[in-house]
Write a protein that binds this ligand. Structure first.
Ligand code: NI
Length: 135
């Protein structure tokens, strides 16, 4: 049996894609407008999937309230309305691309989630650009 339950979440955040060891010209060439030194924002949409077995006693795979609170604590509270480069320690030495943000979110949730569950993180940076990370 394979069953996945999803919880959606949302956060707004600012970022800048750049490497400190590159010149402004090189950063602009590689990252384009995303390298704007004055930062820019995205409305990130998140879909967290938890897979596992249904508990025959409750009929739940996971208590969705638990999952909601976990996403709130590990993603929304630390990331929402933040400058990811400056205010979120995970990105102090990590370019906050949608790929890396999805990985960071997965790692944060994985640490708190029982090992009997599989975890997937789908993160939309724009309605058309998104990544799926499953570990
Ligand atoms: Ni961007």
């Amino acid at each position: 049996m394979s069953l996945t339950i999803y919880r959606k979440a949302h956060f707004n955040a600012a970022h800048r894609l750049y490497r400190e060891d590159w010149t402004d010209e090189k950063n602009l060439e590689i990252f384009g407008k995303c390298s704007n030194p004055h930062y820019h924002g995205h409305n990130y949409e998140l879909e967290v999937g938890v897979s596992g077995e249904i508990d025959p006693e409750t009929g739940y795979l996971i208590d969705i309230k638990e999952l909601k609170d976990l996403i709130l604590e590990e993603v929304e509270e630390p990331f929402d309305h933040k400058n990811l480069n400056i205010e979120v320690a995970d990105f102090k030495n990590l370019n906050p691309t949608v790929e890396n943000i999805a990985m960071v979110i997965w790692n944060r949730l994985r640490k708190r989630l029982d090992t009997r569950y599989d975890l997937s993180v789908k993160l939309f940076e724009t309605p058309r650009n998104f990544v799926l990370y499953t570990g």
